[in-house]
Ligand binder design. Structure first.
Ligand SMILES: *[C@@H]1O[C@H](CO)[C@@H](O)[C@H](O)[C@H]1NC(C)=O
Ligand SMILES: *[C@@H]1O[C@H](CO)[C@@H](O)[C@H](O)[C@H]1NC(C)=O
Ligand SMILES: *[C@@H]1O[C@H](CO)[C@@H](O)[C@H](O)[C@H]1NC(C)=O
Ligand SMILES: *[C@@H]1O[C@H](CO)[C@@H](O)[C@H](O)[C@H]1NC(C)=O
Ligand SMILES: *[C@@H]1O[C@H](CO)[C@@H](O)[C@H](O)[C@H]1NC(C)=O
Ligand SMILES: *[C@@H]1O[C@H](CO)[C@@H](O)[C@H](O)[C@H]1NC(C)=O
Ligand SMILES: *[C@@H]1O[C@H](CO)[C@@H](O)[C@H](O)[C@H]1NC(C)=O
Ligand SMILES: *[C@@H]1O[C@H](CO)[C@@H](O)[C@H](O)[C@H]1NC(C)=O
Ligand SMILES: *[C@@H]1O[C@H](CO)[C@@H](O)[C@H](O)[C@H]1NC(C)=O
Ligand SMILES: *[C@@H]1O[C@H](CO)[C@@H](O)[C@H](O)[C@H]1NC(C)=O
Length: 606
C-alpha cells in the first residue's frame, strides 16, 4: 500500500506478461481468457457454436456461458478429464446425450441454466459422483424422469426452478442422498408427491415457490426428518393445509407466504416444537385466534405482515414464552392488547406501524415500553382518537400517560326495566345500547346462562347494534336476560325479564312443529300458509297416532300370548300380572300430544 502506484504499475505489467506467456505455451483459445494459475478458461458471450479447440487438457474451470452451443455430446468433453466447474448457462442447448458428462469424474459444479432443454435423458448425469451443485433452472423441462439423478450421491444443491415442469416422477430424486438444498419454483406442478421427496434424506432446506398446488395433504413431507427450513411462497391456489401435512418434520423455520389460506394452520403446526421463526405474511388471515400458536413453545419470531389482520384475540400469542420479535406491520389492527401475549416481557422488537391504531388504554402497555421496545425506526402512529391523530407513540411525553391513552367504561342508555309478556310463537326483542370509549361490545346471557353474541345463530340472536331478538318465543324462553356491554374500560350490565304464555294446545303444537321442522322462515311466515301447515299437521298426527295404536295392540296381544304360553309351560297358575308399555315417540307430534309421558296398562288375567 505504502509503495504507491510508482512501483505497482511495472509489477502488474510483469504479471500480465507472464500470464499471457504461460497461457500461450499451454494453448488458450483465441477469443477466450485464460488464467494459468487457476487453470481456468473463460469464453463468455463469444457467439461460439462449439467448444473451441486448443483448450488445455488440464483445465479445471471452463466457462462457456452466453454462447450458441446447441448440444452436448459424450465426445465433446472427453479431452478435459480434470474439469471441476463447467458453466454452460445461457446457451441454446436442447439435447443432452446419455453419458454426456460421464468422462468428467472430478466435476463439482455444473450449470445448464437458461437453455432449451425439454427432457433430461436417463443417464445424462451418470458417473458424476463428485458433483455437488447442479443448476437446471430456466429450461423447458416438462417432466423429471425416474433415476435422472441416480449417480449424484455427492450433490448438495439442485436448482430445477423456472421450467415447465408438470410432473416429477416418483423416483426422480432417487440417489440424491447428499442433497441439502432443493428449490422448485415457477413450474406448472399441481402436486409434489411425498414419495418423490422421501429419497431426500439429507435435505435441510426446501424452497417451493410460485406453484399452482392447491392443498397440502397428510404426510406430504414425511421422511424429511432432517429438514430445518421450508418455504412455501406464491401458491395462489393454496387454501387448505391438512392437520397432518407437516407431520414428520422438525423445522426451525417455516414460511408460508402469498397463499390463499385464511387462518393460521394451528393443527398442522402442532408437531413443530422446535420452530423458532414463522412467517405467515401476505396471506388473507384477518383474525389471529386465541391460542392459535400454542404448541410453538420455542418460537422467537413471528411475521404476519400485510395479511389484512383486523383482530388479535386474547391469548392469540398464548404459549409463546420466548417470543422476541413480532412483525404485524401493514395490517388493519385497531389495537393490540397486552392480553394477547403469554407475557410481553420477552418482546424486544415490535412492528405495528401501518395499522389504524386507536390510542386508548389498550395501547398503554406499548406506550410504557416505547423507550425499550425496538420499533426498527418505525414507531406506531395513532389513527385516533381525534386529539392525538397522526402522532407517533415514541413522540409522547410521560405526562401523556394520564392525558391520553384512557378508556371510558361503557354506559347503557335507557336503563328502564323491560318486563315483557309475549305469547308463544311471537317475536320478542330487547333493546340494549351502550356508549363508551372504545366502542363497547354487547352480548347477552340467557336465563340458561348461555352466551348470545352477534355471532350466535338460530332462533335467538343479537343484532349488530346490540338488540336481542327471540323468534318463535317458547314458554321455556321465559326468564331474565342480562345484557353486558364490555370494553377495555370495564363492563356495564342490564336486565330484562320475559314471560311467555302458552297458546292453546293445537296452536302450540303448530308453533312447535313449524319451528322444529325448520321449513318456515321469516319470509314465508304468513297466516295463510301457517294455517295450511297446521291442517296438514293434524292429519299427520291422526295417522301416526292410529299407527301407534295398531302397533301397540299388536305388541300387547303378542305379549299376552307369550305370557300365556310361559305360564302354561311352567305349570303355574298366577292370576295377576301387569304389562307396562311405554307409548313414546312414534312420531314427534304424537309424542308431544301425549305430553311426552309413558302410559301404563294394567291387565288382569284369570
Ligand atoms: C472426487 O474428487 C476427489 C478429489 O477432490 C478425487 O480424489 C476422487 O477420485 C473423485 N472421485 C471420483 C469418483 O472420481
Ligand atoms: C405453464 O404455465 C404457463 C402459464 O400459466 C403457460 O404459459 C405454460 O404454457 C405452461 N406450461 C406447460 C408445460 O403447461
Ligand atoms: C382465494 O380465495 C378467495 C375466497 O375464498 C377466492 O374468491 C379466490 O378466487 C381465491 N384465489 C385463488 C387464486 O384461488
Ligand atoms: C429437532 O431439531 C432440534 C434442533 O433444531 C434438535 O435439537 C432436536 O433433537 C430435533 N428433534 C428430533 C426429534 O429430531
Ligand atoms: C416473510 O415472507 C415475505 C414474503 O415472502 C418476505 O418478503 C419476507 O422477507 C419474509 N420475512 C422474513 C423475516 O423472512
Ligand atoms: C417487518 O415487516 C416490514 C414490512 O414488510 C419489513 O420492512 C421489515 O423488515 C420486517 N422486520 C423484520 C424484523 O422482519
Ligand atoms: C367484563 O366482563 C368480562 C366477561 O364477563 C370479564 O371477563 C371481565 O373481567 C370483565 N371486566 C371488568 C373490568 O369487569
Ligand atoms: C315442542 O317440542 C319440543 C322438542 O320436540 C318439546 O320438548 C316440547 O315439549 C314441545 N312443546 C310443546 C308445547 O309441544
Ligand atoms: C326463506 O324461505 C324462502 C322460500 O322458502 C327461501 O327462498 C329463503 O332463502 C328462506 N330464507 C332463509 C333465511 O332461510
Ligand atoms: C301471505 O300469503 C298470501 C298468499 O300467498 C300473499 O298474498 C300475502 O301477500 C302474504 N302476506 C305476507 C305478509 O307475506
Amino acid at each position: 500500500m505504502a509503495a504507491g502506484p510508482g512501483m505497482g504499475w511495472p509489477g502488474l505489467f510483469l504479471l500480465l506478461m507472464t500470464t499471457v506467456a504461460s497461457t500461450q505455451s499451454q494453448g488458450c483459445p483465441q477469443r477466450c481468457e485464460c488464467m494459468a494459475k487457476l487453470k481456468s478458461v473463460a469464453c463468455q458471450g463469444k457467439r461460439l457454436s462449439a467448444l473451441p479447440d486448443s483448450i488445455s487438457s488440464d483445465t479445471r474451470l471452463l466457462d462457456m456461458s452466453g454462447n450458441m452451443l446447441r448440444w452436448v455430446e459424450h465426445g465433446d468433453l472427453l479431452s478435459y478429464p480434470r474439469l471441476e466447474e463447467l458453466d454452460l448457462s445461457e446457451n441454446i442447448i436442447s439435447v443432452l446425450e446419455p453419458n454426456a458428462f460421464s468422462s468428467l469424474q472430478n466435476l463439482r459444479v455444473l450449470s445448464l441454466r437458461g437453455n432449451q432443454l425439454k427432457l433430461v435423458p436417463m443417464g445424462a448425469f451418470s458417473r458424476l459422483t463428485n458433483l455437488t451443485t447442479l443448476d437446471l433452472s430456466g429450461n423447458k423441462i416438462v417432466i423429471l424422469l425416474d433415476f435422472t439423478f441416480q449417480d449424484l450421491k455427492s450433490l448438495r444443491n439442485l436448482e430445477v426452478g423456472d421450467n415447465d415442469l408438470v410432473y416429477i416422477s416418483n423416483k426422480a430424486f432417487l440417489g440424491l442422498v447428499g442433497l441439502r438444498q432443493l428449490t422448485i419454483e415457477r413450474c406448472n406442478l399441481t402436486s409434489i408427491s411425498s414419495q418423490s421427496l422421501s429419497y431426500l434424506r439429507s435435505l435441510v432446506t426446501l424452497r417451493l415457490r410460485y406453484l399452482s398446488i392447491s392443498s397440502l395433504d397428510d404426510q406430504n413431507f414425511r421422511k424429511l426428518g432432517g429438514l430445518r427450513g421450508l418455504e412455501i411462497d406464491h401458491w395462489p391456489f393454496l387454501e387448505h393445509i391438512s392437520p397432518h401435512s407437516l407431520q414428520g418434520l422438525n423445522l426451525s423455520w417455516l414460511s408460508i407466504t402469498n397463499t390463499n389460506i385464511t387462518s393460521v394452520p394451528t393443527a398442522a403446526l402442532r408437531s413443530l416444537a422446535h420452530l423458532t421463526s414463522l412467517n405467515l405474511s401476505y396471506n388473507p388471515i384477518s383474525v389471529l385466534e386465541s391460542w392459535a400458536l400454542r404448541d410453538l413453545v420455542r418460537l422467537k419470531e413471528l411475521h404476519l405482515v400485510n395479511t389484512n389482520l383486523m383482530t388479535v384475540q386474547p391469548y392469540a400469542l398464548g404459549g409463546l414464552r420466548q417470543i422476541r420479535l413480532l412483525n404485524l406491520s401493514t395490517n388493519a389492527l385497531v389495537t393490540l392488547e397486552e392480553g394477547a401475549f403469554q407475557s410481553v416481557n420477552t418482546l424486544e422488537t415490535l412492528r405495528v406501524d401501518g395499522n389504524p391504531l386507536s390510542c386508548d388504554c389498550r395501547l398503554l402497555w406499548i406506550l410504557q415500553r416505547r423507550k425499550t421496545l425496538n420499533f426498527e425506526g418505525k414507531s406506531p402512529v395513532c389513527a385516533g382518537p381525534m386529539e392525538v391523530q397522526g402522532r407517533a407513540l415514541s413522540a409522547f411525553s410521560d405526562s401523556a400517560l394520564f392525558d391520553h391513552f384512557t378508556c371510558q367504561k361503557p354506559k347503557i342508555r335507557n336503563r328502564k326495566l323491560q318486563p315483557v309478556t309475549a305469547r308463544e310463537g311471537q317475536v320478542v326483542s330487547f333493546v340494549c345500547r351502550a356508549e363508551g370509549e372504545p366502542t363497547p361490545i354487547i352480548f347477552w346471557v340467557s336465563p340458561q346462562r348461555r352466551r348470545i353474541t352477534t355471532k350466535s345463530t338460530g332462533r335467538v340472536i343479537v343484532l349488530p347494534e346490540g338488540t336481542l331478538e327471540i323468534r318463535y318465543a317458547q314458554v321455556t324462553d321465559s326468564g331474565t336476560y342480562i345484557c353486558i356491554a364490555s370494553n377495555a374500560g370495564g363492563n356495564a350490565t342490564y336486565f330484562a325479564t320475559l314471560t311467555v304464555s302458552a297458546l292453546p294446545l293445537d296452536a302450540a303444537l303448530m308453533a312447535n312443529r313449524t319451528y322444529y321442522t325448520g321449513d318456515l322462515n321469516e319470509t314465508n311466515l304468513n297466516d295463510t300458509k301457517v294455517f295450511l301447515k297446521f291442517t296438514l299437521d293434524l292429519k299427520t298426527i291422526l295417522i301416526s297416532t292410529a299407527m301407534g295404536c295398531c302397533l301397540f295392540l299388536g305388541v300387547v296381544v303378542f305379549c299376552f300370548l307369550m305370557l300365556f304360553a310361559w305360564s302354561r309351560g311352567r305349570g303355574q297358575h298366577k292370576n295377576n300380572f301387569s304389562v307396562e308399555y311405554s307409548f313414546r315417540k312414534v312420531d314427534g307430534p304424537a309424542a308431544s300430544g301425549g305430553q311426552g309421558g309413558a302410559r301404563k296398562f294394567n291387565m288382569k288375567m284369570i
